[in-house]
Design a binder for this molecule. Structure first.
Ligand code: F6P
Length: 353
């Protein structure tokens, strides 16, 4: 009998999740004869009776390469170790994952998710002996273990496209437009998207901003005959001298703070705010992410075939490798002294600090 493996997606979605699933199906099921069972809504599909699971086959998984989101559904409210019991308390239901897997005859799990989901997967392995292989996922690209995550480039392209569109209207009206993008602790989307879209200033969580510098940038451009500006604001950006906002972010609040600080100094300025929000996570993955996701799906199958449970599929120096899952929990932030920020500064981008 062939192997019977489960697969699930946890945490926020990212363009490319379906492309990973497709690759696992095509390679694992199509070529190696596995049975693959898709578990719905992260681990939650295992907590209900009947289980919410579906057999994944090359026939049932058509058209996935370019499809955004995740066909399996996902949630970031389903930690089996701290599962909401509906009355405001969290209970440990992690043992049920093992029981459900035994029930379903699953040998192990391929877990697609970010740092939180990978931590859960590692704990399931450590506490209950559940064999897991991880595939890292986040549009933020802030996982230290892998050079890139799929979904990031799609988000960057979304920001660049938004800036291209906002450019023409900002220029027509001589306006300052602030564009808020995702990134609570790490400003990679803001930095890459801002550079690709020709932003005049980029505010990152890693570089607290000084409003006088932002106003000076607007003024500098006006004197050069460009009475409009495009500023990118990461949702985790904050003013110098105040505390970082932490992980509980209210969408729009970071750009609102920048807007208020600028308008306090230049009340007559014609300024608008656009919050891109979940547009950055939706829709089709760009070609780069489709390829990376496919490589990672194949990498996950290889790890399972090699019995390398407890490893995470990563891209390192251009190669797909397996690394211990604990490494998925190390986060990375933009280096304010790094080459990318330097290149942006050298081409006139203001960071506000
Ligand atoms: O981590 C991915 C991410 O998209 C962040 O950039 C963003 O802050 C967060 O998720 C938004 O989460 P939610 O979908 O819960 O609003």
């Amino acid at each position: 009998m062939g192997r019977r493996i489960g697969i699930l997606t946890g945490g926020g979605d990212a363009p490319g999740l379906n492309a990973v699933i497709r690759a696992v199906v095509k390679y694992g099921v199509g070529r190696l004869g596995w049975e693959l069972v898709g578990i719905e809504d992260s681990f939650n599909g295992l907590f209900e009776r009947p289980y919410r699971v579906q057999p994944l086959t090359p026939v049932s998984c058509k058209g996935l390469l370019q499809r955004g989101g995740t066909m399996l559904g996902t949630t970031n409210h389903g930690d089996p170790f701290a599962y909401p019991d509906g009355s405001g308390h969290d209970v440990d239901r992690s043992r049920e994952v093992k029981l459900a897997m035994d029930d379903l005859g699953l040998e192990g799990l391929i877990v697609l998710g970010g740092d939180g989901t990978q931590r859960i997967a590692r704990q399931l392995m450590e506490h209950h002996g559940i064999p897991v292989v991880g595939v890292p996922k986040t549009i933020d690209n802030d996982l230290g273990a892998t050079d890139l995550t799929f979904g990031f480039q799609s988000a960057v392209d979304c920001v660049a496209d938004a800036l291209d569109r906002l450019h023409t209207t900002a220029e027509s009206h001589d306006r300052v437009i602030l564009v808020e993008v995702m990134g609570r602790n790490a400003g990679f989307i803001a930095l890459h998207g801002g550079m690709a879209g020709g932003a005049d200033a980029i505010m990152l969580p890693e570089v607290p901003w000084d409003a006088d510098r932002l106003v000076a940038k607007i003024e500098e451009r006006r004197l050069l005959g460009r009475p409009f500006s495009l500023f990118v604001v990461a949702e985790g950006a904050y003013p110098a001298g105040s505390a970082a906002p932490g992980t509980k972010i209210v969408p729009g609040s970071a750009s609102q703070r920048v807007a208020e600080a600028i308008l306090a100094r230049r009340p007559k300025l014609d300024l608008r705010v656009t919050v891109l929000g979940h547009l950055q996570r939706g829709g089709s993955p760009v070609a780069f992410d489709r390829i990376l996701a496919t490589r990672m799906g194949v990498g996950a199958v290889d790890l399972v075939e090699q019995g390398r449970w407890g490893e995470l599929v990563c891209l390192r120096d251009g190669h797909i490798v397996g690394l211990p899952m604990a490494q998925a929990e190390t986060n990375r932030v933009v280096d304010p002294a790094g080459e990318l920020v330097r290149a942006a500064r050298a081409t006139g981008v203001e960071f506000g600090g």
